[in-house]
Design a protein around this ligand. Sequence first.
Ligand code: KG4
Ligand code: ZN
Length: 349
Amino acid sequence: MFVLGIETSCDETAAAVVEGDGRVLSHAVLSQIAEHLPYGGIVPEIAARAHLANLDRLVARAMADAGIGFSDLGGVAATAGPGLIGGVIVGLMTAKAIAAVHKIPLMAVNHLEGHALTARLTDKVAFPYLLLLISGGHCQILAAEGVGRYRRLGTTLDDAAGEAFDKAAKMLGLGYPGGPAIARAALSGDPKRFAFPRPLKGRPGCDFSFSGLKTAVRLAAESLPPGPLAEKDIADIAASFQAAMVDAIADRVARAAEIFCRDYPGGEALVVAGGVAANAALRARLVQTATKSHLSLIAPPPALCTDNAIMIAWAGIERLKLGLSDSLDFKARPRWPLDPTAPKAANAR
Ligand code: KG4
Ligand code: ZN
């Protein structure tokens, strides 16, 4: 069984063909980073237009690279939310057209579930597992109980972790996306030079907050002599910021791990997913956090942690195997929490 996956919820246009057993046949990706670069962040209207201009070509390339025809597909999966709604509509409409013309099932995939299930593709992780989902748009910690079944243990009260990396990088003149730029600059920096706060560390619950840390970075940059920041100062702020992020995230995860191990005694893994999971310092720290709770850390390869269409095809396969597909009138959703009991806060993505 082959499934075509389509991802258009943010600034990456992507199409992939994946086999039912998890074999990846093709992946065609087009990053829009260059188009958004002059604005220092993603511009939704530019994103939607770029998806529209490129998706057909990418789907054709993914199919050609896989060496199969549309009639060979067992289904087509597309991100149906949450995300920038213009882009989501482009991807979902394309998938609906393919499903209608070739009379194959449509899987309207929750983008977050795509991230959530990636570790089952790469490492065959069994349910239940503890899932840290950290990217530019999302920041939450969940117990993954099964396909479509997630219990949220914590979320961010303000920014997503990737957003904090991106904003800090912007303040340091490091450009977008900020995570990889901060990680690179931090390599030659002193993580102890600036004593940045570790928001919510030691507090009850598993929620995250990064806005205080972001303010501290701004104040540190402003405290230095006027004019462009010296390379050493940038490296030291980046290293101190990254150390604070890692520390704050690890504290929250440790608390969630306690709850998870208490409520799901059969659970064995801490899975980390989303773009920020590509951060090497964070991965190294989370290995320790997981080990303390007798969990193993599963971090899919960085290319599968950032947005991609392979994870969407795979989430489609997981649903198709359970007989779950969606009707052609499924509406794109700008907001779509994985946990249906999640509070309806604006930042609860
Ligand atoms: O999952 P993703 O590709 O897109 C969203 O769904 O948001 O995540 C992108 C985010 C960006 O904020 C980027 O700065 C961050 O992931 N990121 C990183 C690293 N690589 C990407 N953050 C920290 N360290 C990294 N190495
Ligand atoms: Zn994502």
